[in-house]
Each structure stands twice: as C-alpha cells, then as structure tokens.
Design a protein around this ligand. Structure first.
Ligand code: NAD
Length: 478
C-alpha cells in the first residue's frame, strides 16, 4: 500500500526532528468508522450507569500510567508541570462525567403528556449521535483531544479522535490504557495525521467537534456542511481584560501576567489585550514589567522557571512579526520582545508593550505568545467599546475593587465567558455553560451540562389516543 508520507515531528526544546507519524489514510479512517459504528449500539444499550462504570475503569488505567503519558507529552510540549496537570486532570474529568452523566441523561427524556393538539399525547427520547469525531490542536494535546470525547462517550456515542500532528507522542501510552478496557476499545479510536486525515474524519462521523484556529475551523465547517453534520467549533480568541481604577494595581498586574503568559501564552483563553484605568496605570504597568522581568525560562532546565519554548516553531515567527510591526508603528516594548533561540528551542520572555493602537495586528489578531499589550483608558465606556472592537469573542476579564463593579462592566462585554476579578478562569472552571461569540466558535457549550446534552438527538413519540383523522376531514366541502 505504501501510504502517505510520514509526518515529521519536531522536539520544541532541541529543535530536532526526532519522531514521526504515519498519517491514517481516508480508507483507514473509513474502516475504523465502520468498526466503531458496528459496536456502538451495544455501547448505547449498556445504559448510562454501565457506560459510567467502563469510563471509571479507563480513569483507573490512565492513573496507573500517568508518568508514561506525561513523559512523551512533555517532549512534545517542552514543558513538564503543565503536561502533568493535563494528564492528572484526565481521570478526574472522566470521573466527573461518570458521576454526573447518568443524572443528566435520566432527566432528558420527557414522559407522556397531553399535547395542545386534541386527543394526542407526546413524549420524547434522546438518542446519541452514533459516531462522534474530534479534531484537536497542539497547545494542550491531551486536554483538547479528550474534553469533548468524554461526554460524547458518556452520551453513548462511539468516537474517533484526531490529535494534532504537531504533538502526537502521548498517543502510544494512552492507547495502552484504552486497550486495558476492552468495552471501551471497541467504541473508541484515535487516528493520527494532518489535514487530509481530518477531512476523512469529518466525512465519516455524525457530529464533529473541532478545536483550533479560525481559518481551519472554517474549512471544518464547510466540510461538515457538505456532509450535513453538526460542527461544534472552539476557535481562537483575542481576550481583553479591563482593569478598573478601584483594582489593586499590583495584584491586578500579577493576575494579568499569569492570565497572559501561562503556558507561554499558547492558550486560546489567554489575555491578549489589557485596558487599564489611567488612575492606576503607572503602578500597574510598573508592577507588570517588574513581574514580567522576574519570570524565568524553563531553559536549560525543564524543572525551573515559568516560560517554556514555543511548541510550534512557526508560531514564534507570527509572534515576532506582530511585535516588530507594533514597534515599527510607534509602540514601546518595555520588556521582552525578542524571540531567543536556546539549545534549538525558541523562547520569548514575557513581553509588555505600551503605546499600542487598535489598528495594530498585535491588538487585532490572535498572538498565542507571552505578550501583554497595555492600553490606558480615561473613560470606561471607551474601554468597553475597544474591548468589543474585535472579530473574536471567546472570553474576557474585568478586575475591580468589588465583584459588583466588575460584573457591571463585564455585562457589556461581547464574549462567551467573563472572568470577574480574575483572568482566564475558563481554563480551570469547566462546569459553567458558555458559547463562543463572533469568530470564536459555533454551536453549544462544551462545558457544563450542555457539554453532554449536545450529543443527543431528540426523538418525539406522538401518540394518537383517539381515532386517527380520515382524509374526509380535509375535503374542501367538509
Ligand atoms: P489548527 O487549526 O492549525 O489545527 C487544528 C487541527 O485541525 C489539527 O489537528 C490539524 O491537523 C487539523 N486540520 C488542519 N487542517 C485541516 C483541514 N483542512 N480539515 C480538517 N482538519 C484540519 O490549530 P492549531 O494551530 O493546532 O491550534 C491553535 C489554535 O487553536 C489557536 O487558534 C487557538 O486559539 C485554538 N484553540 C482554541 C481553543 C478553544 O477552546 N476555543 C482551545 C485551544 C486552542
């Protein structure tokens, strides 16, 4: 058969190509889909608590192999602590859905009740989409390959997942945990590959969840439209943070920094624009620069520091180009600002930029790096207008002296989630429902109960309790 060319995988700390994957062909994806579809009815018939038990066994199997998964994930992402947080969070997430799922599912079906139409009663059943598919990005490879998968399995779907070809190494040990639970292995497949494999996945599933960039999201939505399946999209962001005059400037600076530069800014819900009230702007910026300079790179030791390498080399170029463009148009870089090549890896120290204007790429396009552009405002209405002046609407944040004051401003922000007196809380809090506004997403919430209920189709059972109508009832002379 030969198959498509191997895809090389780069190590973000050494810069070396030291791994490769064989992409799954369209035929292979179709064969997997066929196998999964065949097994799905039995999985559905297990019932919610039966599926929850199987999922709990998967959680146990993952826990027993935590370090085996952390190690390759850490190689692909160039960071250790966050890799561990990802892997340790997976069994917790599985157990959360296993505990909560049966209750949510039990509440879905509505018992027979009279219809407004005389003589008829109605009930509803909820049937899972038979085959669910997910396509994931490289920034949190384990979390984003499984966040939609777990509730889909809980719902009774069979599932096929395509992680990013940039960060595929966690899959080998994860597959062993799946093999340890045969009932699960029958309904869950992972396929590796790039865009072609992603397109093949869409052509074979009944519901697709995509996490990634807006540009790819559009291609996924187009392919899903051709296949007539729902596309649930979680895309990029340009999240604003508004810091009101009543906020403590030093604490606000620390919060802004963490929410912007954690994971080297390679997170969709990173704070990428800060609007600070003039009254506290100077102490805020001073503290931000001070805290940013205190950050250490995870180089040469992975076990030290806060800032890891860029996972995807091209991202470093994008970030540098945005900084250089801003600088050339009058922005001032107070700290950071230059990508460094260290031991083959690409790093950027936390970068604070002022004197930015709303027409600069750094204020309009997703940066996906540890960069904090700061704008000073005099009037909160103006800050709200600027925060909303974006093609994105993923999430936002407001810091103030009181929650009530922050909420009053947050209520005007066009974003699917607003962190009040903190930033980027959606990275940690998964039980609130939220939508992606504007170009940041499409479809129901992946978090909260809707994260599970979205995977059901509703079937109405409409019962005629009296005599059915005859055609005579519609005769023109009736
Ligand atoms: P990407 O869009 O380049 O790739 C994502 C996935 O899509 C990969 O698995 C890739 O192989 C696949 N793909 C590429 N072309 C395809 C095609 N034509 N058809 C089907 N699949 C295709 O994204 P990325 O660079 O890996 O990830 C970074 C992006 O993800 C950022 O924009 C970030 O904001 C976004 N993101 C969003 C969220 C969220 O929850 N909203 C979370 C994390 C990341």
């Amino acid at each position: 058969m030969g198959g498509a060319a191997m895809i090389p995988v780069r190590n973000p700390r050494s810069g070396e190509i030291d791994y490769s994957i064989q992409p799954a062909s369209a035929e292979q994806v179709a064969a997997e889909a066929k196998r999964l579809r065949k097994a799905q009815p039995k999985w559905q018939a297990l019932g919610a608590s039966g599926r929850a038990d199987v999922l709990r066994r998967w959680a146990d199997a993952i826990e027993a192999r935590t370090e085996d998964i952390v190690a390759p994930l850490s190689v692909d992402t160039g960071r250790l602590r966050i890799a561990r947080i990802e892997v340790e969070g997976l069994p917790r997430s599985i157990r959360r859905w296993a505990d909560r799922g049966p209750e949510i599912i039990a509440a879905l079906d509505a018992k027979d009740r009279p219809s407004a139409f005389p003589g008829v009663s109605i009930s509803t059943r909820h049937l899972p989409y038979p085959l669910f598919g997910a396509i994931a990005p490289w920034n949190f490879p384990v979390v984003l390959s499984t966040i939609d998968l777990i509730p889909a399995l809980m719902a009774g779907c069979a599932a096929v997942v395509k992680p990013s070809e940039v960060t595929p190494r966690f899959l080998e040990p994860l597959k062993e945990t799946i093999a340890a639970v045969p009932e699960l292995e029958r309904v869950l497949a992972f396929v590796l590959g790039g865009p072609e494999t992603g397109q093949a996945l869409i052509a074979n599933v009944d519901y697709v969840c995509f996490t990634g960039s807006v540009a790819t999201g559009r291609k996924v939505a187009e392919a899903a439209a051709r296949a007539f399946i729902p596309a649930n999209l979680e895309l990029g962001g340009k999240d604003p943070m508004i810091v009101l005059a009543s906020a403590d400037p030093v604490q606000a600076a620390r919060t802004a920094l963490r929410a912007s530069v954690v994971a080297s800014g390679q997170a969709c819900q990173s704070i990428e624009r800060v609007y600070v009230a003039r009254a506290i702007a100077q102490p805020f910026i001073d503290a931000l620069v001070h805290e940013a300079r205190a950050c250490r790179l995870n180089h040469p030791k992975i076990r030290e520091g806060e800032i890891g390498p860029f996972i995807f080399a091209r991202q470093a170029e994008t970030v540098q180009a945005q900084i250089d463009d801003a600088r050339s148009r009058g922005a001032r870089v107070l700290t950071g600002g230059t990508v460094e090549r260290l031991g083959g890896g690409l790093y950027l120290r936390p970068t604070v930029i002022i004197d930015v204007t709303s027409d600069m790429a750094i204020m309009r396009e997703e940066t996906f790096g540890p960069v904090v552009p700061v704008v000073i405002f005099d009037d909160v209405e103006e800050a709200i207008a600027q925060a909303n002046d974006s093609a994105f609407g993923l999430s936002a944040a407001v810091l103030a002296g009181s929650a009530a004051e922050a909420e009053a401003v947050g209520a005007h922000l066009e974003a699917g989630a607003v962190s009040i007196n903190d930033g980027a809380l959606t990275s940690m809090v998964w039980d609130a429902e939220k939508s992606g506004f504007k170009s940041s997403g499409l479809g129901p919430s992946r978090t909260g109960d809707q994260g599970l209920t979205r995977f059901f189709r509703t079937q109405a059972l409409i019962r005629q309790n009296g005599p059915p109508m005859n055609l005579a009832a519609f005769a023109e002379d009736a």
